[in-house]
Design a protein around this ligand. Structure first.
Ligand code: PLP
Length: 370
């Protein structure tokens, strides 16, 4: 089996599963309990918080655990909107993940104005275009770090600095679900206020995410309850999932740079191997992330190519798994022709992908898809 659908989800590493089991069956206390078992659970949560903070270059108390990347994005957007006072304008892009786009649409229904900045033909959202959209009543800019379908990497640092040059008190959020542990992400270097990440994209279990909230930034909590996570996200913390998330982050961060160099090399090998074939076209953004390649195999519709690959034990996805067969807004924004649009598959690698898998994949493509 060759699993090349890691942008949809990843396998859970054994070490992360082990700490989850320990937190479920052994030290299963509630972190809010004042006895020893509660304190030990609280320590596990703290350890995970510090592991994430370490990667982002922030303090542990700037990390809030959530149930997924979607919840993190919702908390960032609705939480900022509820605290925006009379300011009613948000900027995002037309090719965000649905957890940002649909939250923005919901704000429009509630009477907010949203500007959707288009990526240019190079697949990137440009800082000038975002800055041009800033108005006196803009309260939030939300631009994803890495696009989940084509893998283009946005220059979030340039975007944040261009926005701040125009208006210093706009909150800047980035959905970094596809960027976390794939690219260097230091909060101070990036100059952002809020960052969303998700566990299951980095070999932790599904059902856990986190939000970095810069100290001093005020977001309205979206769940009412016992005031866990410094009041930002009520509900008893899922210690097993959080501990597993922390473990996966710790393990990945130990070799992140060298892993990503290797993955970039694999990406290049695959895209070079496909580019020279007839009936195949790599959708090549200007600045690609190391782990995502979108390819149109023009002989077949996406679903057929997917099935042909699956018959050979290879798993990829048709566009983004999140868009559930709808024509991709990302490819439309990139002005990919209708002819190619229906035949795109997304190949996504993880730090465990190998050279041998890339070679086997290319062989199947050559023999069965083109
Ligand atoms: N943002 C991006 C860019 C994603 O790719 C995804 C998932 O694919 C999400 C947000 C949602 O994350 P989750 O599945 O943890 O809700």
């Amino acid at each position: 089996m060759i699993y090349f659908d890691n942008a949809s989800t990843t396998s859970v590493i054994r070490e992360a599963a082990d700490v989850a089991i320990k937190a479920m069956c052994g030290e299963f206390g509630n972190p809010s309990s004042l006895h020893a078992m509660g304190i030990s659970a609280e320590l596990e949560v703290k350890k995970a918080r510090l592991a994430i903070a370490d990667v982002l270059g922030c303090d542990g108390d700037e990390i809030v655990f959530t149930s997924c990347g979607t919840e993190s994005n919702n908390l960032a957007i609705f939480g900022a909107a509820e605290r925006s006072g009379r300011r009613r304008h948000m900027i995002t892009t037309s090719f965000e993940h649905p957890s940002v786009l649909n939250a923005a649409k919901k704000l429009e229904e509630r009477g907010y104005d949203v500007t959707y900045v288009e990526p240019r033909a190079d697949g990137l959202v440009h800082a000038e275009d975002v800055a041009t959209a800033v108005r006196d009543d803009t309260f939030l800019v939300s631009v994803m770090s890495v696009n989940n379908e084509v893998g283009s990497v946005m220059d979030i640092r340039a975007i944040a600095s261009a926005v701040r040059a125009k208006k210093s008190d706009v909150l800047i959020h980035t959905d970094a679900v596809q960027a976390f542990l794939k690219l260097p992400m230091n909060v101070n270097r990036l100059g952002v206020d809020i960052i969303s990440v998700s566990g299951h994209k980095i070999h932790a279990p599904k059902g856990v995410g986190a939000l970095y909230i810069r100290r001093g930034v005020r977001l309205a909590p979206q769940l009412c309850g016992g005031g866990q996570e410094r009041g930002m996200r009520s509900g008893t913390e899922s210690v097993p999932l959080i501990a597993a998330f922390g473990e996966a982050v710790k393990r990945a961060s130990e070799s992140c740079m060298s892993d990503m160099e290797r993955i970039s090399h694999l990406r290049k090998k695959i895209s070079d191997g496909i580019e020279c074939l007839e009936n195949a076209h790599v959708i090549q953004p200007q600045n690609p992330a190391p782990h995502i390649i979108s390819v149109a195999f023009t002989k077949y519709p996406s679903e057929v190519s997917m099935r042909i690959l699956e018959e050979s034990g290879i798993y990829v996805s048709s566009g983004s798994a999140c868009s559930r067969g709808k024509k991709s807004h990302v490819m439309r924004a990139l002005r990919v022709s209708d002819k190619l649009l229906g035949s795109i598959v997304r190949i996504s690698l993880s730090r465990f992908s190998t050279e041998a898998e890339a070679e086997a994949f290319l062989e199947v493509v050559k023999n069965k898809l083109v």
